[in-house]
Design a protein around this ligand. Sequence first.
Ligand code: 5AD
Ligand code: FES
Length: 362
Amino acid sequence: MNLSDLYGNQINGNQINEKQLIDKLEQQHCLTKEEWTELISRRNSQTAEYLFEKARYWQHKYFGNKVYTRGLIEFTNYCKNDCYYCGIRRSNRQAERYRLTKEQILECCAIGYELGFRTYVLQGGEDGWFTQEKLEDIVRTIKERYPDCALTLSIGERSFESYQRLFEAGADRYLLRHETAEDAHYQNLHPPELSSENRKQCLRNLKEIGFQTGTGFMVGSPGQTPEQLAEDMLFIHELQPHMVGIGPFVPHHETPFAKETGGTVELTLFMIGLLRLMQPKLLLPSTTALGTIDPLGREKGIQAGANVVMPNLSPTSVRKKYELYDNKICTGDEAAECRMCLNRRMESIGYELVTDRGDYPF
Ligand code: 5AD
Ligand code: FES
């Protein structure tokens, strides 16, 4: 049997084949690498609509019209890494570096709590100034003050022991995007000292320790092919994470990728829909990067199957400095404005932002 028989391309026409692949995905929650590649490369607006309808069905089954919200606190933009795509890479001498004090972080939490946030995400570059002890102390203090809140860390690659101690200090969740699952592509996006193998091992360690674990990847990063996106889906299927954050690659003017083309809304939405069908209970954010390249990007993300938004709680004085990519939205808005803005945006499409920890529905 040749490939076109296998997919029935000549008999049924492409569209039916893609719909069949979507049906198979919905029933079996996985596809082969060839099938992922086919589906991703042959997608069109009709298959996308078919996919999104099914994605919304599963989203409603597990989450109703509720959208979870996380308060993001970007507490340091110092970073020892030099990823080619990232605006806070260590080689960017133009980046104005900052660190929040423990008191400032706690102040963000206090403001967030008042606004109804029950999950805090502490995100930062890989900044050695925040030692293991300092981090554990911050985690403990936040969990003591807000025992009803979940605490997520997003502070990069660390040892098993370090992760273990942060978990014991009270952190509930950890976000570490794998960025791209294929080794060669990973090497094209990162300096030689970073490896996709180590990244994946960190993710396995986090899961083993007991964190609700989030991975993710950029859509449309330089050189990305449908085969590589297929690898991303296979890796995620193997890992079975609790969260997957994806957003379009957006060029940053002070990086080696300044002149590269960014990812599209269309492909990002399609990947969100696929993720919802592959793992129906997944926590799936509609990301700021998506909102940056399209004024209605976050709404569209929810309508494609996402169920989380992560507005910023960082003080407005530092917002602009945590610029991973150009034109990042919300850098001038107070946390309360973002909360209200997102309330309105979600209501406009028939969804509701909820005050809830928003754990993975085990
Ligand atoms: N465009 C889009 N996303 C980016 N990130 C970093 N730089 C960029 C960029 N230029 C993403 C990475 C990282 C997350 C915190 O932000 O995927 O894991
Ligand atoms: Fe920040 Fe709309 S979400 S201003």
